[in-house]
Design a protein around this ligand. Structure first.
Ligand SMILES: *Cc1c(COP(=O)(O)O)cnc(C)c1O
Length: 386
């Protein structure tokens, strides 16, 4: 057994990121300045998506997509129960009503047929989640949304660098919201981006992200700037800062290498756990090259004498930090009480949650760390087989 605790997650920050942030601080551009624009350009080039706007979180990006699409009171928005609260909170922030559609039992991704069944005359948008970095079935969802005139807003918080049928997530002409939160594959501390379907929507999102002002500080306070600006509509304070963009620029340059390491670790886990009848490695859907944001291992309770919670605790005793993704939305008291979703309403999401443990998976893990995780998982399974 290892003698130091292996953290569940750690951002991969090198001296290059540190130096870039120090340089930003020294430049006096400590809020939105030239680096935010450069980061935005770099992300556009990376995704082949000119209609992309950088903001201060994925939550802000999702919120702005709903506002820009004109969704509000009386409207219904379909999302998945297997997600983080942000995907649902933003629906409430615009005064719309969240409707949940269950996931596919194998992948944990929203089930397109369940989405179809949840559509009513009030449905205006769908927010699918690229859970763990596996892409949802975008072609099927795009066709369904087109058929019913719905706005597709992909929660791609886990999916920078994911490919669907060879296309990078974010390159398609629908809304896709990315997170650069500390734990995500590209980390700026707090941060996000929204790719938009059209230049006009991207422009609207840009305005809304900065109070609805016609100009930001960068084009007001420089020598070439002018003091005059106009408020076009009441927007939000959702801008990124140059400190975050400085981090992001270096992280984006390193992304491919970081992703290579994530994939190698995930493949080592898949090989180790695949043959074990008590364990189910994550299922990669066809046509998807996943970003491996999370490694969601599922334990088969019927093959073991312990449940997921005990398995989790035993891994902790063996100094392996883990997590769980996600507590189903309708298990949280607020949503449960407000929308009256009973337990059992979304059985596939509930079953997935009951069995899931997210193992440590980040580029900074050494080969010895990876071997320690494999050894610990096997030891816990072996000690509790039926
Ligand atoms: C992290 C996360 C978010 C929120 O991202 P922030 O950048 O922290 O706002 C939204 N959806 C999912 C699925 C997430 O995991």
């Amino acid at each position: 057994m290892r003698d130091t605790f292996l953290d569940y997650n750690r951002p991969d920050v090198t001296d290059r990121e540190v130096e870039a942030v120090v340089e930003a601080v020294r430049s006096y551009w400590i809020t939105r300045g030239p680096r935010v624009g450069r980061f935005e350009e770099a992300l556009r080039a990376y995704m082949g998506q000119p209609n992309l706007v950088v903001v201060n979180s994925c939550t802000a990006a999702l919120h702005l997509a709903l506002v820009a699409a004109g969704i509000g009171p009386g409207d219904e928005v379909i999302t998945t129960p297997l997600t983080f609260a942000a995907s649902v909170n933003v629906i409430l922030h615009v005064g719309a009503t969240p409707v949940l559609a269950d996931v596919h039992p194998d992948t944990g991704l929203i089930d397109v047929e369940a989405v179809r069944a949840a559509i009513t005359s009030r449905t205006r948008a769908v927010i699918p989640v690229d859970y763990a970095g596996f892409a949802v079935d975008l072609d099927a969802l795009t066709a369904l949304c087109r058929e019913h005139d719905l706005t597709l807003i992909e929660d791609a918080a886990h999916a920078i660098a994911t490919r669907y049928k060879g296309r990078l997530i974010g390159s398609d002409p629908h809304f896709a919201a990315f997170s650069f939160y500390a734990t995500k594959n590209l980390a700026t501390g707090e941060g996000g981006a929204l790719s938009c379907p059209t230049p006009a929507l991207a422009e609207k999102v840009r305005l809304l992200s900065s109070h609805g002002m016609s100009k930001n500080a960068w084009n007001r306070y420089t020598e070439a700037g002018s003091w005059y600006y106009e408020i076009k509509e009441p927007g939000y304070k959702y801008n990124m800062t140059d400190l975050q963009a400085a981090l992001g620029l270096v992280q984006l340059e390193r992304l491919e290498k970081l992703q290579g390491r994530r994939t190698a670790i995930a493949e080592a886990f898949n090989q180790a756990f695949g043959p074990d009848p008590a364990l189910t490695p994550p299922v990669t859907p066809p046509h998807v090259d996943p970003a491996w944001h999370i490694y969601p291992l599922r334990i088969r309770s019927e093959a073991l004498t312990i449940d997921r919670n005990q398995f989790f605790e035993e891994l902790k005793t063996r100094k392996i930090g883990c997590s769980v993704h996600f507590i189903p939305i309708h298990f949280h008291p607020y949503y449960h009480d407000r929308f009256g979703w009973p337990k059992g309403a979304f059985p596939h999401a509930e079953a997935y949650f009951r069995e899931e443990i997210s193992l440590p998976l980040y580029p900074g893990m050494s080969d010895a760390d990876v071997a320690d995780v494999i050894e610990a998982v096997r030891a816990v399974a072996d000690a509790h087989r039926r």
